[in-house]
Ligand binder design. Structure first.
Ligand code: FUL
Length: 694
C-alpha cells in the first residue's frame, strides 16, 4: 500500500469514527421477513395463467366430469404467454396445473384425468413443462396452482385423497425445476362429480388437508418456495380478502401465527401480529379467471390496471394478475395490449426519481451520524437507509430540489428487513411559501406510492407522524406520471337519466345516444341526460382539453327504464337502491327472513323477458351475496313460471354482474328467489337487479 492510499484509508476511518462508525444500526423490531419472503416481495409483479377444460366449456368451475376430448388447443405456445408476461413487466408465472375440476395440465402418473388422455399432441403434451421451460428461456420464475378441492376424484373427502394430492404435489415440485410459489386455493364448494357419485361433499378445511405435513413436504422439496393460502393455515403469504384487485390502505405485513383470521386481518394485516405474512393482491385482467368470449369487451383498461397497480404494489403488496387462455391456446390480443401498455406507463412513470441525490435534511438521524442520514433515502439504493434514534418515532425529511419540479407521485420504502414500523405519514410541498399537504397514509412497508394532482415546487417534506419504533426508510422518490384518460363510467337511474363520471379530476365528457362513436363534436355532458323509458345505448369519452387527448369509448346498453317498477311487500324507499343504477348503493332483506328469500317486482306492465341481471352488494358486512337462485315470471303475481335456476359460480370471490338468459317469456311480475348465499346464512342483499327484454 503506498503512502497516499494509506493516508486516505486512515482518514476514512477517522471520518467514519466521528460520523458514525460506532453508531449501531437499529435492531430488528417485531417480526421480519424470511429470505424467501424478501425475494418474493422484490418480484412485485407476476402472472397467473388460468387454463383448463373450463376454457372449452365456458365454465368458472368445472364439475369434474367434463370431456377430456375437448382439450385440444391448436395454437398453444407457452413461450408466447411468457413473452407477454415479460413484456408486461412481470417477474414470474403461476400456472393452474390443476383447477377444481381435477383435470391436470401435466401427465400425472396418478390420474387418467389429464392431458395424457387428451387429443392435444396425441396425449404427449405437458402444459406445465412448456410453461416451466418458457420461464427458463425468458428468465421468469415459475410457480404452480394446485387446487386442493378436486371435483373429479372418487376419494375426495377420504384420507386416500390426501396421499393423492401429495403425490401430485411431489410431481410438480420435483420434475419442473425451481418453483417460486405454490398456490393452494381455499375454495371448497361442495358439489361435484366425485367419480360418478354426483353429490355434495363437505370437508373440514381446517383438519382434512393436514396442512402442516403438506407444508413440510413442500419446503423439503423446494426450500426456496413461498406458500400461498387464504389465511386459514398460515403460509408465507396471505390473500387480501377480495379478488377485485386491491388491498387496504393500511396494510401490515403481519398476522398472528395461530387463531382465526377475519376479513379485516386479510385486508389490512394485523398491526400487532406475531408473524410476517405479507399480502398478495390477486385479480384477473377480465371479470372472470377462465376465458369467456362474452368478456372480450370487459378486459380491464390501462387505467383500471394502473389502479390495481397502485392499490397493490403501491400499498405494500405484490400484484398477481391473471391472463385467461383462449380455447386455441393463446392470450386474447386485447388482454396482451392492455397489459403491455400498462407496463409502458409504469416504466415511463418510474424511469427517473426526480429526488435522486437531491439535498435532503432530516429532523433526526441516528446518533447524528451520516451513516444513517437522510441522503441514504435518495441514493437509489435499497440497502442503505435513513434511521432515527431509537426513542424518536416522529421525524421529517425535507427534500430541496435544484429547480422547480413538477410531479404527481410520491414513493417510499421501509427497510423491512428490520421490521415494519411506520403507522402514519404525510407529504407536503412548499407552494407560494406555504406547506401544502399533497397526501397522507398510514402504513408504508416494503413500498408505498401516493398519487395526487401534479404540483410544481422546489421543496417537499415527508413527515412520519406515527410509528411503532424508530423509522427506517430506505427509499424516497418523486415522479411525474403521464396523464391517462379512463373510459368514463356511465349509469342510468330509475327515471331514465344518464350520468357520466370518471376517476380523474378535470376531464370533459362527450356522448352519443344513437350508437355513433362520440367525438368532441358530440353532445357535451354537463348534467343528467333524460333518455325516456325505452332501451338506450350510450357511448361516451373523457377528453383532456390540455392535451387534446381522448379516452377509449365507454359503452352501456340499458334495457327498459325501471321508473314504473314497484318492489312488492316492502316499505319505504330504501329497497329502491337496487333499482337506482348506482352499483355502490344496495338493499338488504330484513334479517328475520330465512331461506328461500324472495324479491318480487311489479314491472308496471307486461314485457317479454329473456333474462335477468344481478349485481351483488359490494360491501364488507353481511352482503348477502346470492350463490344459488331461482328466477320466476308471472302475469299476475299468482301463477309463477320457473324460467331459470342454478348457481352464480365463483361469486363469493368475484362479485361482478351476473347475467342469466332464458327463452322469451311474457310477464309483468318477476321473482328472484335466493336459495343459498355465499356465507351459508340467511342474509340476502342486492346492489342492482335488472331484466333483459327482447
Ligand atoms: C378462486 C377460484 O375459485 C377461482 O376459480 C380462481 O382460481 C381464483 C384464483 O381462486 O378461489
Amino acid at each position: 500500500m503506498n503512502q497516499n492510499i494509506l493516508a486516505s484509508v486512515l482518514l476514512t476511518f477517522a471520518v467514519l469514527g466521528v460520523c458514525g462508525a460506532q453508531v449501531k444500526a437499529p435492531a430488528p423490531f417485531g417480526p421480519v421477513p424470511s429470505e424467501n419472503q424478501m425475494r418474493w416481495q422484490e418480484m412485485e409483479y407476476y402472472a397467473f395463467i388460468h387454463f383448463s377444460l373450463n376454457t372449452y366449456t365456458d365454465q368458472s368451475w368445472g364439475f369434474g366430469n367434463e370431456d377430456i376430448n375437448l382439450f385440444n388447443p391448436t395454437n398453444l405456445d407457452a413461450r408466447e404467454w411468457v413473452r407477454v408476461c415479460k413484456e408486461s413487466g412481470m417477474k414470474g408465472v403461476i400456472i393452474t396445473a390443476k383447477h377444481h375440476s381435477g383435470f391436470c395440465l401435466w401427465p400425472s402418473k396418478y390420474t387418467e384425468y389429464s392431458v395424457k388422455n387428451a387429443p392435444w399432441k396425441n396425449g404427449k403434451g405437458d402444459v406445465v413443462r412448456e410453461v416451466a421451460d418458457a420461464c427458463k428461456k425468458y428468465g421468469l420464475k415459475f410457480g404452480v396452482y394446485l387446487s386442493p378441492w378436486d371435483r373429479n376424484r372418487a376419494d375426495y373427502g377420504q384420507p386416500e385423497y390426501i396421499t393423492y394430492f401429495r403425490n401430485q404435489l411431489t410431481e410438480l415440485l420435483t420434475e419442473y425445476g425451481p418453483v417460486f410459489e405454490v398456490w393452494f386455493d381455499g375454495a371448497n364448494g361442495g358439489t361435484g362429480w366425485y367419480g360418478g357419485a354426483n353429490e355434495n361433499r363437505k370437508i373440514d378445511a381446517k383438519t382434512y388437508y393436514d396442512w402442516p405435513n403438506t407444508y413440510a413436504l413442500v419446503r423439503k422439496l423446494q426450500p426456496k418456495i413461498v406458500i400461498w393460502n387464504d389465511g386459514g393455515d398460515r403460509g408465507d403469504l396471505r390473500w387480501v380478502g377480495t379478488e377485485s384487485g386491491y388491498v387496504g390502505e393500511k396494510n401490515w405485513s403481519l398476522l398472528n401465527a395461530k387463531g382465526d383470521v377475519t376479513w379485516n386481518m386479510l385486508h389490512h394485516g394485523l398491526e400487532g401480529g406475531d408473524s410476517w405474512v405479507p399480502a398478495e393482491v390477486n385479480t384477473s385482467i377480465r371479470p372472470e379467471w377462465f376465458y369467456h368470449p362474452a368478456e372480450d369487451d370487459k378486459v380491464k383498461t390501462v387505467p383500471q390496471l394502473l389502479d390495481s397497480y397502485y392499490h397493490s404494489i403501491g400499498r405494500n403488496a405484490t400484484f398477481l394478475l391473471n391472463f385467461p387462455i383462449m380455447p386455441d391456446g393463446t392470450i386474447h390480443p386485447t388482454d396482451v395490449k392492455h397489459a403491455i401498455e400498462m407496463n409502458k406507463v409504469v416504466k415511463q412513470t418510474f424511469a427517473a426519481n426526480l429526488a435522486k441525490n437531491a439535498k435532503v435534511e432530516a429532523t433526526n438521524a441516528r446518533g447524528g451520524s451520516k451513516k444513517f442520514g437522510p441522503q441514504n433515502a435518495v441514493d437509489e439504493k435499497n440497502d442503505t437507509y435513513w434511521a432515527t434514534d431509537d426513542d424518536v418515532t416522529t421525524a421529517s425529511l425535507t427534500i430541496t430540489l435544484k429547480k422547480p419540479t413538477l410531479f404527481n407521485r410520491f414513493l417510499s420504502q421501509e427497510y423491512i428487513r428490520l421490521g415494519q414500523r411506520v403507522k402514519g405519514f404525510t407529504v407536503e410541498a412548499l407552494v407560494d411559501g406555504q406547506w401544502k399537504e399533497l397526501g397522507k397514509g398510514s402504513t408504508i412497508g416494503y413500498k408505498r406510492i401516493l398519487r395526487f394532482p401534479a404540483v410544481e415546487t422546489t421543496q417537499v417534506r415527508f413527515s412520519i407522524t406515527d410509528a411503532k419504533a424508530a423509522p427506517v426508510i430506505s427509499v424516497v422518490g418523486l415522479y411525474n406520471a403521464p396523464l391517462i384518460l379512463d373510459a368514463p363510467l356511465i349509469t342510468r337511474n330509475r327515471q331514465g337519466e344518464i350520468a357520466i363520471a370518471s376517476a380523474d379530476v378535470g376531464p370533459q365528457f362527450y356522448y352519443t345516444l344513437d350508437g355513433a362513436t362520440p367525438t368532441t363534436k358530440s353532445a357535451r355532458f354537463t348534467g343528467p341526460v333524460p333518455t325516456g323509458d325505452g332501451k338506450v345505448e350510450v357511448r361516451a369519452i373523457s377528453f383532456d382539453p390540455a392535451t387534446g387527448k381522448s379516452s377509449p369509448v365507454a359503452q352501456e346498453n340499458f334495457d327498459i327504464s325501471r321508473k314504473d317498477w314497484k318492489i312488492m311487500d316492502v316499505s319505504g324507499d330504501q329497497p329502491y337502491a337496487l333499482l337506482d343504477g348506482n352499483p355502490n348503493t344496495s338493499w338488504k332483506q330484513p334479517r328475520n327472513k330465512t331461506m328461500p328469500v324472495d324479491l318480487v317486482i311489479d314491472l308496471g306492465s307486461e314485457k317479454t323477458l329473456t333474462g335477468f341481471k344481478y349485481f351483488p352488494d359490494q360491501g364488507m358486512w353481511g352482503p348477502g351475496v346470492i350463490a344459488e337462485y331461482e328466477f320466476y315470471v308471472s302475469p299476475d303475481n299468482t301463477e309463477w313460471q320457473l324460467v331459470s335456476k342454478g348457481e352464480f359460480s365463483n361469486i363469493k370471490n368475484n362479485r361482478v354482474w351476473q347475467m342469466k338468459t332464458f327463452a322469451p317469456t311474457p310477464g309483468r311480475y318477476i321473482k328472484l328467489r335466493a336459495l343459498r348465499n355465499t356465507d351459508g346464512n340467511n342474509d340476502v342483499g342486492y346492489a342492482e337487479v335488472d331484466v333483459i327484454t327482447n
